[in-house]
Write a protein that binds this ligand. Structure first.
Ligand code: FAD
Ligand code: AMP
Length: 481
């Protein structure tokens, strides 16, 4: 058994590859084991995010958005476009190229930082020893002072709609359709279901989203969730709430279709689709990751149990990303990867879990950070709200992107910003400036006193902050001061 590394990372998704690179930067001899491989059995880095998650979904969202813009928005600008056609295989090939560039980029970063990438499947045994099963079936054992588990997550399958990777697909299959399905069903109105449903709706699918819960986007500030439902419905998504899928049957034959059964307030229902996307959430990939003697604990749902520093109960064994508690987001995993690497190197780095930003990349985008009004009401905390609609923001009007609003919530007594919620053009990037402000404990007044360039979408953030204290200039203040 070799002991030549200070740190062994299992999994090279955003949590794992970032942890490995940061460890190496800090002078630790680091290996990263990754099971994802290409046809030649070479490791492919980047995990769900780069291969079948954040990046490919955004590539398709951007392609389909351009098509929808050309179809519906160009004429507003006086541009006429006729004979528009969508070449789906070309769109998918463009996406694949971006994925290859980025996964190849991680490989280059490993080389540049001297991270040893190892192709194979890792399993944690006792005494911080890792067994690697290579793709030729051979095994090797290595141990290190520190092990970081970053095995990530996989789509959840539900018995009423078993994925066959043909008619019924998960999020990975939904990134690979070779043609636009006429009737597309999506189970789950979560972030992934709405993003993927939007892609295919923009390209012409009749999309029906079946969501078991009665509430739409319950984690989103209620006012924004209501507005999002209205906008998405207008865009052609038929979002059925309180619709729990109970069964499905794929019709055999040339023209395949799937009949889906669901129950709603009116009883048993049936609907037929040409393709069905199952997007009901993700589960941690913890099966076969730990030998029972490893000492690392799993919770009831299969997440590795860690404290706020991502340490497991075994000293020197850490876990981050989708494999552990908290939102399944690439940036959350990356920050945890950095924290763990720096803690191994003796620093006291922490992750500020109160300021994890969330984004839904529909059009318009929905982005938020911090507390919603509903959460603050539940906490019994007094707050003030300032909001500003994009319909009166000059830059948004110029771009014909005037749906949505910025909403900023601040503590009623101290004026400290507690939450920022945006639905509108470039919401993700606009919200990010508030993450920085909140990280520095900004008050609404601080944002109000900052100079914003004109004309920008960011001015809506400025005006919403001013509106918290009744000082908005370009909108009528609800709160008078
Ligand atoms: P993963 O990315 O899942 O990586 C884990 C890696 O570990 C994989 O490469 C896997 O092969 C490897 N592995 C697992 N077990 C072993 C083993 N035993 N040995 C060796 N290797 C192993 N998040 C966002 O923040 N923004 C978005 O816009 C966004 N969009 C998404 C869209 C879709 C369609 C999906 C599916 C997800 C999206 N996510 C998004 C979520 C994001 O992809 C995940 O939160 C992120 O990839 C988690 O990173 P991770 O490193 O923890 O795990
Ligand atoms: P998320 O976890 O955000 O990806 O969202 C997944 C969504 O799928 C949740 O809102 C669930 O309520 C929904 N869901 C899970 N199972 C079913 C089901 N059988 N029928 C309809 N919706 C479901």
């Amino acid at each position: 058994m070799s002991n030549k590394y200070d740190v062994i990372v299992i999994g090279a998704g955003p949590a794992g590859y970032v942890a490995a690179i940061r460890c190496a930067q800090l002078g630790l001899k680091t290996a990263c084991i990754e099971k994802w491989h290409d046809d030649k059995k070479n490791a492919v880095y980047g995990g769900t995010c780069l291969n079948v998650g954040c990046i490919p979904s955004k590539a398709l969202l951007d392609s389909s958005h351009k098509y929808a813009e050309a179809q519906h928005d160009f004429k507003t600008h006086g541009i006429s476009a006729s004979g528009l056609k969508m070449d789906v295989p070309a769109m998918i090939a463009r996406k694949a190229k971006i994925v290859d560039q980025l996964t190849g980029g991680v490989k280059q970063l490993f080389t540049a930082n001297k991270v040893e990438g190892i192709a194979g499947v890792g399993k944690l045994l006792a005494n911080k020893t890792v067994q690697i099963t290579k793709h030729d079936g051979s095994t090797e054992e290595m141990s290190a002072e520190n092990i970081i588990l970053c095995a990530g997550s996989a789509p959840i399958n539900i018995p009423p709609a078993p994925v066959d990777n043909d008619t019924i697909v998960d999020s990975t299959g939904a990134l690979e359709f070779s043609a636009v399905p006429k009737r597309l069903g999506v189970i789950g109105a979560g972030v992934i279901g709405l993003e993927l449903g939007s892609v295919w709706a923009r390209l012409g699918s009749e999309v029906t989203v079946l969501e078991a819960m009665d509430a739409f986007l319950p984690a989103v500030d209620n006012q924004l969730a209501k507005s999002a439902l209205k906008i998405m419905t207008k865009q052609g998504l038929d979002i059925k709430l309180g619709a729990k899928v109970t069964g499905s049957k794929v019709a055999k034959g040339k023209a395949k279709s799937v009949t889906v059964n669901y129950t709603d307030k009116d009883g048993e229902q049936e609907i037929v689709f040409d393709k069905l996307i199952v997007a009901v959430g993700r589960r941690p990939v913890s099966e076969n990751l730990l030998d029972e003697k490893s000492g690392v604990e799993l919770d009831k749902r299969g997440f590795v149990v860690v404290d706020e520093t991502c340490a497991t109960a075994v000293a020197g064994v850490w876990a981050c990303g989708d494999l552990v508690r908290g939102p399944m987001l690439a940036h959350k995993g990356m920050e945890e990867g950095v924290m763990v690497a720096e803690r191994i190197a003796g620093k006291k780095t922490q992750v500020n879990y109160d300021l994890v930003p969330f984004v839904i990349y529909t059009h318009p985008e929905i982005a938020w950070v911090g507390k919603t009004e509903e959460q603050l009401k539940e906490e019994g905390r007094e707050y003030s709200v300032g909001s500003f609609p994009f319909s009166i923001n000059g830059r948004a009007m110029a771009a014909n992107e005037s749906d949505g609003m910025v909403k900023i919530i601040a503590d009623a007594k101290t004026d400290r910003v507690l939450g920022c919620h945006i639905i509108g053009p470039s919401a993700a990037d606009l919200m990010q400036q508030m993450v920085i402000a909140m990280e520095f404990s900004a008050s609404a007044e601080d944002i109000g006193l900052t100079m914003f360039s004109h004309p920008t979408l960011s001015e809506a953030v400025h005006e919403a902050a001013l509106a918290v204290n009744g000082h908005a200039i370009h909108g009528v203040n609800k709160r008078k001061r």
